[in-house]
Design a protein around this ligand. Structure first.
Ligand SMILES: Cc1cc2nc3c(=O)[nH]c(=O)nc-3n(C[C@H](O)[C@H](O)[C@H](O)COP(=O)(O)OP(=O)(O)OC[C@H]3O[C@@H](n4cnc5c(N)ncnc54)[C@H](O)[C@@H]3O)c2cc1C
Length: 257
């Protein structure tokens, strides 16, 4: 983990309210794993740093973050311009893991949940895995642009209003792809995890599912215990033991995102 002052290379509003920011951070780029995150100091007067998943890494040392403008911190970040410096701490937490024996990975992204999964896809492809992505959004104008995804992955799109791809949610089509996959990875709202956990009861072969829990963090480095959750294996800190957990171990009813 390092604290760096990273120069902003670009900051683009990809869709209304969703930004892709690229910073020059070679130390973080060299040591990050998919599913890990950084915390960003958004304005000096904000005590709490804002957690963001590592979205993509460029070999030349650039790190990308994809974020949705939610409140004051992300609004501030959306206005950062090329050449400005960002105070970033990372990489933090425990990310996704790929079993050496797994050949086919199924990624399930609900909305902004695509943020950590692109880096996972990037890494999986370097390990010659086959990757399928179920990508869901409320409507076409909130869909992550397919042109930014690696061309080697198969992407299946759903929108809740039917304005693009299949009408419905990613969880509506999940059962069609489960048998194909060796491992499943999900990132999205808590309701999506609850639906997956419910459906998983019906799967003949209970494939492992890893999920990223994006709960509110305090310090982000395991010092304050503000993000502790009860799991089947005792109390765990989301920022230090997670944010990625096996769906099996999380007591979803007790998690508040
Ligand atoms: C491990 C992790 C990775 C994340 N990765 C991404 C990502 O890649 N892209 C993205 O858009 N968002 C991501 N989030 C959520 C993101 O951190 C929040 O949307 C952001 O902190 C909101 O800050 P704000 O000041 O704009 O909002 P405010 O509501 O003004 O924030 C007030 C406080 O609540 C916290 N907070 C508010 N919403 C959330 C939330 N949903 N999750 C966690 N903390 C929250 C803020 O950090 C801040 O401390 C991630 C969260 C976690 C825990």
């Amino acid at each position: 983990m390092k604290q760096v002052s990273a120069t902003v290379i670009s900051n683009i509003e990809l869709m209304p309210g969703y930004h892709l920011i690229c910073v020059d951070a070679p130390d973080i780029a060299a040591t990050s794993q998919p599913g890990q995150f950084v915390t960003v100091r958004c304005r000096e007067e904000f005590t709490l740093r804002r957690p963001l998943s590592i979205h993509q890494i460029a070999k030349s040392g650039q790190v990308y973050f994809f974020f949705k403008v939610i409140g004051k911190g992300t609004a501030w970040l959306s206005l950062c311009r090329k050449g400005e410096k960002l105070n970033i701490l990372g990489p933090l937490g425990n990310g996704f893991s790929i079993r050496p024996t797994s050949k086919k990975l199924l990624l399930v992204a609900g909305g902004i949940g695509i943020a950590p999964l692109t880096f996972l896809a990037q890494q999986a492809l370097t390990q010659e895995k086959s990757v399928a992505l179920l990508l869901g959004a409320h409507a076409k104008d909130e869909l992550y642009p397919q042109k930014l995804l690696p061309s080697e992955i198969e992407t299946i799109i759903t929108t809740e209003d039917g304005s693009y791809g299949e009408k419905g949610r990613v969880t509506d089509i999940l059962s069609r792809y489960v048998n194909w996959a060796d491992q499943i990875y999900a990132c999205g709202p808590l309701a999506m995890y609850k639906t997956i956990a419910g459906e998983r009861q019906q799967w003949r072969n209970k494939k492992p599912v890893q999920v990223s829990l994006e709960v509110r963090l305090g310090c982000g480095i395991g010092a304050c215990f503000g993000c502790s959750i009860r799991t089947k294996y005792g109390m765990k800190q989301v920022c230090r033991n997670g944010p990625v957990f096996n769906l099996d171990e999380v007591i979803l009813e007790e998690v508040k995102i």
